[in-house]
Write a protein that binds this ligand. Sequence first.
Ligand SMILES: *[C@@H]1O[C@H](CO)[C@@H](O)[C@H](O)[C@H]1NC(C)=O
Ligand SMILES: *[C@@H]1O[C@H](CO)[C@@H](O)[C@H](O)[C@H]1NC(C)=O
Ligand SMILES: *[C@@H]1O[C@H](CO)[C@@H](O)[C@H](O)[C@H]1NC(C)=O
Length: 362
Amino acid sequence: MLRAAVLIVFLLSVARHGCSQIYNAIYSFGDSISDTGNLCTGSGGCPSWLTTGQPPYGNTHFGRPTGRCTDGRVVVDFLAEHFRLPLLPPSKASGGDFKKGANMAIIGATTMDFDFFQSHGLGNSIWNNGPLGTQIQWFQQLMPSICGSDCKSYLNNSLFIVGEFGGNDYNAPLFGGKGMAEVRTYVPQIIDKITNSLEALIELGAVDVVVPGVLPIGCFPLYLTLYPSSSKDDYDEIGCLKSFNNLSSYHNDLLKQAVSGLRSKHAGVRLMYADFYAQVADMVRSPETFGLKYGLRVCCGAGGQGSYNYNNRARCGMTGASACADPEKHLVWDGIHLTDAAYHAVADGWLNGTYCTPGILR
Ligand SMILES: *[C@@H]1O[C@H](CO)[C@@H](O)[C@H](O)[C@H]1NC(C)=O
Ligand SMILES: *[C@@H]1O[C@H](CO)[C@@H](O)[C@H](O)[C@H]1NC(C)=O
Ligand SMILES: *[C@@H]1O[C@H](CO)[C@@H](O)[C@H](O)[C@H]1NC(C)=O
């Protein structure tokens, strides 16, 4: 009787957690939202010039900085945990074993290559460590050690996460002084580049591919602090800056169209659009629904303008900033990146399909 009950509980939990769905590996591409330490693979750990590589980054989960731009894990870590795979090693880890996963994502990464920014007079506004095309090259360099000569059948059972990409393509021109009208003209080019890159990965053998959109950048305390407005009309009903969120929505609308175009073109490929924007907006609107308490208030920061606890001269990891005592109740960690707790909820939303179409779990 007891054994039967235990078995039923076990089967229910398998059904609920989808443990029956198996991936041999996870391969991830992206920027600081998903980097797992590509600048911190040296023997000394993170370099001292890297603000996000200093305490209290990493404190909640790892107890030390790992190069993740948060207090703990990022979304791909939670996905790896769900599928009982090792946390994704950064692809630059020397001597790493990448058969069960690799994370090409790197802080500062853009979709567009350096030339694009240089041609718009923005060569100095970005620190470009590995745009999307370069990350795909890194992956190709790893492929022989991952899957030898039979990559199509190996990668057939791997999960690919491509993004988000775009955040830094917009940060660079916006912080570099370009007007919104000009920045909007970049969006179709950025989407084309993402689309072509997805095709390149499909060509290499990717079959299960999650494509996250950009976050609502008008909700980042960084933007809210740098671009305050005295006009209520500039803020939406959840307290975010409309014009910046409009840029994010425009990007995501075009991305969704592109993903749906790729679906019709590649019938055997499972493309999943992850709605980062809608989920973060919902988290700002009602943090409690996600087990959080604070929406737009930064956990690791210093007092600045408004109630955001963000000060651009004393950012998390710098002198003058400190972490809150309850990061697990905060959505935003440092002004532009989310907390371990928030990324956990995001991963759940992608897995169960609340914020991913279709959900990763079949
Ligand atoms: C990939 O897996 C599917 C079913 O899981 C199978 O039908 C297909 O033949 C596989 N393709 C390759 C290249 O192994
Ligand atoms: C978003 O921007 C476009 C183009 O500037 C504009 O037509 C539209 O009204 C804006 N939407 C909102 C909600 O601000
Ligand atoms: C799916 O995940 C979201 C995000 O954490 C959560 O709010 C929702 O309750 C989950 N739904 C189910 C059916 O588990």
